[in-house]
Design a protein around this ligand. Sequence first.
Ligand code: 3HC
Ligand code: NAI
Length: 695
Amino acid sequence: MTQSVNLTLEDNIAVIEIANPPVNALSHAVRSGLQDAFRGIAENDAIKAIVVYGAGRTFVAGADIREFGQPPKEPFLPELINEIESCTRPVIASVHGTVLGGGLELALGAHYRIAAPKTKLGLPEVSLGLLPGAGGTQRLPRLVPVTKAIDMITSGKPVSANEALELGLIDQISGEDDMRAAGLAYAKALVKQGAGPRPVSGLPCNTPEDGLFDKARATLAKKARGQLASQKCIDAIEGAVNLPFAEGLAQERALFRALMDSDQRAALIHAFFSERQVGKLPEIKDVEPRILENVGIIGGGTMGSGIATSALLAGLTVTLIERDAEAVAKAEGTVSKNLAGAVKRGKLSQEKFDAIMAGHFKAGSDYDALAEADLVIEAVFESMDVKKEVFGKLDKICKPGAVLASNTSYLDVDEIAEITSRPADVIGLHFFSPAHVMRLLEIVVGAKTAPDVVATGFALAKRLGKIGVRAGVCDGFIGNRILATYRKAIDGAVLAGASPFDVDRALVDFGLAMGPFAVSDLAGLDIGYMTRQRLAATRDPREVYAEFSDKLCEDGHHGRKTGRGFYDYSGEQPVPNDDILGYISEERAAKGIESRSLSDQEIIDRYMAAMVNEAALVVEEGIAQRPLDVDVTLLNGYGFPRWRGGPMQYADTVGVDKILNDIKRFAEEDDFLWQPAPLLEKLAAEGKTFASLNA
Ligand code: 3HC
Ligand code: NAI
């Protein structure tokens, strides 16, 4: 036995506690401990039943992901679960918390399952690029309808204890949260009834409706475009229906192993750990964040009302300031509509909605209302003059110790801070639109920002259910700065001969949720236009500046909001706006560019090389602390495909030297845009990866 598995005996019932904090993952020590425990029990005829439960906040949340990628060590989980299932006395899994992946598979290997009322049960392996590899795809459809098994396994979403009971996935919901006691009581009742082992593998598999697997494959081809694991999940579940248990299990194992070796698995696990690593910074280790209850927001437009919604949903009190009564009413309307949407989707109760509208949310135009705010987030127009005026007022009104934040997308947070008498309290909190939906929060740390203000930024992200990424001050911080560069690269691809529609299609095929030109239409073409205008005076004359987007904007086409941009939105579905091709050919002629055809691969290579190169600069300059901060930013704010792990992970996968060679190749056409970042050259020369800089 190991310390992470403890066996005790009570009234001839063996009680096995799994104690491997924080989430009782099935590490080698836990697997060995469980095997030892069950082997001991096999030799003790006095034992009438066995209860397995988890110590601490949860039962088992899965296999130990940290062991993935290392040589597997015996006992392997599928065999261990088979061994548990073959126990000659009833085995009861008494579960609580998050019963996930290998944890649910372990529970499925038990003969009876009892769960605490708030338990969540699921098989989330697909979100790590895997499939349940310890019998989950074989046992689940023997208990629940095949269509539900497909849904659970391919979505990775957990079900509640109530739903699990209705489905037959568990046998009982316990009346108490002490799962040792609940398991023991259930075991005693079973022994009293004379109940014996009830292995799920011995049950017939449920019968699917005709055509179910083909339908599921077709749906997933669209919904989980490009992803290997979801299709393989279907293959494995089909095996449960068509093959004897042992053969189905062997097939599941083979499919699992193949996925374990895939780049997608490596990328998704990189994303999982990076998102947990991103807030761990020496700068805020052991630093207490400031109190955060009353939030002030200035500006109730697109961003301000979204930020207010997000804060209110997290239970914070919000005071929103707008310019005049009309703007106040508009902002109130937007926030209330957003919250009503949350009620509709079951994310907020009607009672909480009523309480928010009755007292937790106030809007007005008097800045004095911010005197007691713990944190004020400014989301007014993107103009340095307007922002300075606002921060000047805040400096006079806000209480000492209040955190003063700007949601600026690009502007210099240090310059804003200097207008106040308290630059240590000033920080950038860059939300993404829609702010109550998007998970990313760039926490922009100025030269004088105090560590507890940085810690407060991260505490806010956590409270709002967002992922905070630390960024340094520069034009556009991490995300928008990289975006500006890869936009130049694809504008260059268009000038060279691709159409914006070719670019969008190639990049959607690569895995982006939307093509970059379609995204510009959605954001509003005027936004990028204003940024380019702001930077026009400082633009390097060597830059090959693409003008077609500006032309479109100057002709009054701002994208979706005007019904026309790169696409035409007047019909049911957006269609390409072919007028843009006219602007582009005129520009090519004026610049003396002879149009050529670009393959989809070249479009992708240009896009990725520009992204990785700028990201390397961002890391080198300390704007991002580590490559993983860039990956988390692009994954959560810019629609980069999660199964590719982010641009730095992508570069490591295809090879840093390949990216460098691409840059050199493209530099033959434009040696101003395509200048290799010194860090990229260094890594390529040393044969190192970006991941090597994450430690
Ligand atoms: N293995 C190893 N470590 C894990 C882990 C796992 N399965 N799950 C979580 N952890 C670690 C996290 O990395 C984190 O470590 P840190 O404190 O050093 O950063 C710590 O546990 C706490 O995790 P969270 O910060 O995510 O805590 P939350 O309370 O927010 O969430 C959770 C808990 C819901 C369990 C969440 O961590 C989670 O979703 N974990 C992954 C679950 C999963 O995917 N399981 C399937 C694994 S694959 C599998 O089982 C294969 C099998 O079929 C053979
Ligand atoms: P918006 O134009 O929708 O809203 C700005 C609001 O600020 C308006 O309602 C205006 O009435 C109000 N306002 C202006 N001056 C004010 C003042 N002195 N006092 C009180 N209210 C004032 O603009 P949006 O899109 O919400 O952007 C706001 C900020 O957020 C900008 O800095 C922008 O760069 C940034 N941002 C925008 C994103 C987007 O996608 N729209 C994403 C992330 C950041």
